[in-house]
Ligand binder design. Structure first.
Ligand SMILES: O=C(O)CCC(=O)C(=O)O
Length: 349
C-alpha cells in the first residue's frame, strides 16, 4: 500500500483500486455467475425491505466438513478457480494484510502479538445481483446505512460489471469510520439511516450536514472498492439499465469473530494459503455470539491467553477508533479480575 492509498483510506474509510481483475478473470467469474442466474429457481432468493436480489444457498446444496482445529462447517458458495483466487487476490492481499494486521487502523486489537498479525481471515462473502432496470419498473428502495466505528472487518467489493455515475450500488458517508464524523451524522435530526441519498425513489434529508458527504461509488468491471466496516455504508437503489453483479469478500483480523460463516477447507483445490485464510483461528481475542450453538465447533470458544477486555486506543492513527471486543459478562469479569491480580503482584515486587 503506498502513502497515497494510505492517506485516502485514512480520510475516507474506503478506496477504489482500479483494474484488479483482468478480462480473463472477469469472463470466468461472470460465467459462473451466469450459471447461478439461470439456476436461480434452485436457490432461495430473499427479497428484503430493500428488494435486493441476494443469493442464498438452499439446504440441498449445503455440505458439511471439519477442519484441523475440530470446527465443523456447513455451506457452499459460488465456487470455481476464479472465485477461489479472489480469496488471496495478489493486488488486494498486501493491502488487506496491512489494514487488518496493523492495530493503528483500529481493526486488530492492540494486544495481538506481532507474529499473528499477518494471519487475517475471510469471515464470509456475499453476492449482490440486480437485473437491468427499465423506466416502467417499480421503485427500488436500496438499503439503510449501517456499519460503525467499533467494527473490525474490511470488505473487498469486486464489480463484475461496470457501475456508472447514476446506476446506484455501493454508497457511503465518507469519513464516518472516525467517531468524530460519525457523531456529526448521529447529530442530524431525522431518519438519516434511511433518508441518506437522492435518487429517483429516495431523498436525502434536507438538513444533511455537508461535513459528512455521501459518496456514490462508480467503478469499472474489474475494479475493487475496499472499505472499512467502521464506515457508514449501504445500497443505493439500482437504476442502471445493465445488471449489477457485485461480490463482497469480508475479512477479519486473526482471532476475531464476526459472522462465523465457515468454508469447506477440505477442498483439495484450495492452495495452502487460501486454506489458511479460510480456516477459523485456533483461539480468539473476542467471543462468538451467545445465541449460536458452538458445541460442534469446539475451537471457536477458546480465548487467546493474551485476550483483554478492550484494545488500547493509544496505538491508533489520529481520529480512528479501536475494535469493540465482544466478551460475555463472565469472561469480562474473569479477565478484569486476573488483570487486577497481575497489577497487584507487580506493585508488590
Ligand atoms: O454495495 C452494497 O449494496 C452495500 C453493501 C453492504 O451494505 C454491505 O456489504 O454491508
Amino acid at each position: 500500500m503506498d502513502d497515497a492509498i494510505r492517506e485516502t483510506f485514512a480520510r475516507q474509510g474506503y478506496i477504489v483500486v482500479p483494474d484488479v481483475l483482468d478480462k480473463h478473470q472477469l469472463d470466468e467469474l461472470n460465467q459462473v455467475y451466469d450459471q447461478h442466474i439461470f439456476e436461480r429457481d434452485e436457490m432461495l432468493s430473499k427479497a428484503g425491505t430493500d428488494q435486493q436480489n441476494r443469493f442464498y444457498i438452499g439446504d440441498r446444496d449445503i455440505r458439511e466438513t471439519t477442519d484441523r482445529h475440530g470446527n465443523t462447517y456447513r455451506g457452499r458458495r459460488f465456487w470455481s478457480k476464479a472465485y477461489r483466487d479472489l480469496i488471496d487476490n495478489e493486488t488486494m492481499l498486501p493491502i488487506i494484510e496491512e489494514l487488518l494486521g496493523d492495530p493503528a487502523w483500529g481493526h486488530a486489537p492492540a494486544h495481538m502479538p506481532e507474529d499473528l498479525r499477518p494471519s487475517f481471515r475471510l469471515d464470509h462473502d456475499n453476492v449482490h445481483y440486480k437485473p437491468g432496470r427499465s423506466p416502467d419498473d417499480g421503485p427500488d428502495m436500496g438499503g439503510k446505512l449501517h456499519g460503525g466505528p467499533g467494527n473490525f472487518h474490511i470488505t473487498c467489493v469486486y464489480e463484475l460489471k461496470t457501475v456508472g455515475p447514476n446506476d446506484g450500488g455501493f454508497g457511503c458517508v465518507a469519513g464516518t469510520h472516525k467517531p468524530a464524523n460519525e457523531q456529526k451524522l448521529q447529530d442530524i435530526e431525522g431518519d438519516w439511516r434511511h433518508s441518506w441519498c437522492d435518487t429517483e425513489w429516495t431523498s436525502q434529508l434536507s438538513n444533511w450536514n455537508d461535513d459528512v458527504p455521501v459518496h456514490r461509488i462508480e467503478a469499472k468491471a474489474g475494479d475493487c472498492i475496499l472499505f472499512s466496516e467502521k464506515l457508514k455504508h449501504g445500497t443505493i437503489p439500482w437504476a442502471g439499465s445493465g445488471e449489477r453483479r457485485t461480490l463482497f469478500y469480508k475479512y477479519v483480523p486473526f482471532g476475531m469473530h464476526h459472522g462465523n460463516a465457515g468454508y469447506d477447507t477440505n477442498d483439495p483445490e484450495l492452495t495452502p494459503r487460501q486454506k489458511r485464510i479460510l480456516e477459523f483461528s485456533p483461539c480468539w481475542f473476542n467471543e462468538p455470539r451467545e445465541d449460536k450453538d458452538y458445541s460442534v465447533k469446539p475451537a471457536l470458544t477458546k480465548l487467546h491467553p493474551l485476550a483483554r477486555v478492550e484494545s488500547d486506543p493509544s496505538v491508533l492513527l489520529p481520529g480512528m477508533s479501536p475494535p469493540n471486543i465482544r466478551l460475555t459478562d463472565t469472561t469480562r469479569a474473569r479477565l478484569l479480575k486476573s488483570a487486577a491480580g497481575n497489577a497487584s503482584v507487580s506493585a508488590n515486587v
